[in-house]
Write a protein that binds this ligand. Structure first.
Ligand code: ZN
Ligand code: ZN
Length: 366
């Protein structure tokens, strides 16, 4: 004998509300519309219906509790019998709930697909923001046939197979199951004379100009979402979204690392040795930077707040200046004369210091 309490996963003293709740959860889980072509679910679904139609009826329940069958001693129990039958229980518990996925109300509205569009911007546009006009194609309703796909005045006609619902119901066991109509493929309508402008698709690819506001501070691979500018929805559903994927072009002078901007600035040997003030380009225009006397090549200087901004904030990174001491490729005879004099006075100061250092390094290995 089947244990109806066990089937619904409730105890013998469960209240009517608990039984109803347990049934509702199980029925949702095993409903054939949610488990198409699953024999195991179908059996389970029948079983929980049988259990519930007994335990939800006070007379059947008391018979079952006393004699182990819903009909009492000697009577054969049929899960389909009884007042109203299974359909009523179902309507009672779920109301119109299953209507949303059994197709009783025709095709379901669906959100349109999202679209992607790639934009290249310059570093300056990334730094200060920009407004870009882009041309984005999307499928829109054909204006000739108003999206029906049929030649004006010639349909479409309601599908005779599903009577316009897009789905056909058939009996499977004791419950009915809905399937997409094979004749109209769920559209509920059939086009006999396709529209010439859109070849019966009902849609035409159309380019629209969309203005995109690129916020200051964006980086490569930043994504902007423009809500509602994707493909149109289906059966009255909302349109999808448009995603703008940004790529930032390389800059000839600035290299970006997060919010900081790096740049290499050439400095002459005398400028570095004597100290000087040099002009540095920044993304806001040029500024002056003091190079102290004795600055070695490769030394970095931070210029606060001249880097990239943070999106949606007034915060900015730094500009990092890397000093690069340049050796002139061509010198005039006069420059040569002076350098030779400098070299004579300086002696081999640089190489002497270097030799000393090497001595220390190799001291232990000798
Ligand atoms: Zn058309
Ligand atoms: Zn149909």
């Amino acid at each position: 004998m089947k244990d109806y309490y066990d089937i619904l996963g409730v105890s013998r003293d469960a209240s009517d509300a608990d039984i109803k709740k347990a049934f509702r959860q199980l029925a949702l889980k095993y409903h054939p519309d949610r488990n198409p072509d699953n024999k195991g679910s179908e059996e389970k679904f029948k079983e929980i219906n049988e259990a519930y139609s007994c335990l939800s009826d006070s007379e059947k329940k008391s018979n079952y509790d006393r004699f182990g069958t819903a009909e009492g001693v000697g009577a054969g129990y049929s899960p389909f019998g009884g007042a109203g039958g299974f359909g009523d229980i179902f309507e009672d518990i779920f109301g119109d709930f299953f209507g949303t996925f059994t197709g009783r109300r025709g095709p379901r509205p669906a959100k349109g697909d999202d679209l992607r569009y790639d934009i290249n911007i310059t570093l300056m546009e990334a730094a200060f923001g920009a407004e870009k006009i882009i041309e984005v194609p999307r499928w829109e309703n054909c204006s000739e046939c108003k999206g029906t796909g049929a030649e004006p005045g010639k349909g479409p006609v309601t599908c005779s197979n599903c009577k316009g619902t897009g789905q056909v119901r058939f009996q499977q066991g004791f419950f009915s199951v809905a399937k997409t109509c094979g004749k109209c493929h769920g559209a509920g309508r059939i086009i006999t004379d396709p529209c010439k402008a859109c070849k019966g698709h009902g849609k035409i690819k159309q380019y629209r100009n969309i203005s995109v506001k690129v916020p200051a501070g964006v980086d490569a691979d930043s994504r902007l979402r423009i809500s509602g500018e994707g493909e149109l929805g289906i059966y009255g559903g909302p349109p999808g979204d448009l995603y703008i994927i940004l790529d930032v072009e390389e800059h000839p002078f600035f290299q970006r690392e997060g919010m900081n901007l790096y740049c290499k600035v050439p400095v002459s040997f005398p400028q570095a040795a004597l100290g000087s003030e040099i002009e540095i380009p920044t993304i806001d225009g040029s500024t002056k930077l003091k190079i102290p006397a004795g600055t070695p090549s490769g030394k970095t200087f931070n210029i606060k707040g001249k880097g990239m901004p943070k999106v949606g904030s007034h915060q900015r990174g730094d500009q990092v200046v890397i000093v690069n001491i340049e050796v002139p490729k061509h010198i005039t005879p006069r420059q040569k004369e002076l350098l030779e004099e400098f070299s004579k006075i300086n002696g081999d100061e640089v190489s002497k210091g270097f030799r000393e250092k090497l001595k220390d390094i190799f001291a232990g290995t000798k």
